[in-house]
Design a protein. Structure first.
Length: 164
């Protein structure tokens, strides 16, 4: 199994004085893939002037750790697939507010990013009662690890057509 991806997923339970879980703090490193670029809304909040970004991050080979959190919270993620080599690809939704929304909006397909924040369980009961609620992450930190690879070297001969 070639380790193309150095993806990462971890979570910790934040508990109150009585030992009850208050929330889960999630840290994940993955890639922004085709359906993952953020959409921006600027009309949210009580005054209709709050900015929020909605994006998705793809993590490879982290499904066992992700499953633990999903089992603990009785939730699901946006999507889960396994490729022919048995490597999982888990797509997790995230949201970012205010200036973090601008950061999220800058992420492009192929960018490697670190996103951390609080797990949020969004109920699907009104739309689809049989489906588990979706877990997403409300970002408290967004970090660009590396930009998408662009073709840096462009040959000056690339437009030449070979002569017959």
């Amino acid at each position: 199994m070639g380790m193309r991806y150095r993806d990462y997923f971890s979570f910790e339970s934040i508990r109150d004085k009585n030992g009850e879980v208050v929330c889960y703090h999630v840290t994940m490193i993955g890639t922004i893939e085709n359906d993952g670029t953020a959409t921006l809304r600027t009309d949210l909040g009580t005054n209709g002037d709050q900015k929020m970004a909605f994006g998705r991050i793809t993590l490879h080979g982290q499904d066992k750790k992700i499953r633990v959190l999903l089992n603990e919270t009785s939730s699901r993620i946006y999507s889960h697939q396994t490729d022919i080599d048995g490597i999982s690809a888990d797509v997790i939704s995230y949201t970012a507010r205010d200036w973090r929304a601008d950061e999220a909006y800058e992420f492009e397909v192929g960018d490697r990013v670190l996103i951390e924040g609080r797990a949020y369980i969004r109920s699907a009961a009104n739309r689809n009662p049989d489906r588990l609620p979706e877990l997403s992450v409300t970002a408290t930190g967004l970090f660009m690890l590396s930009k998408a690879r662009k073709d840096r070297f462009v040959s000056m001969h690339k437009d030449l057509v070979p002569q017959e």
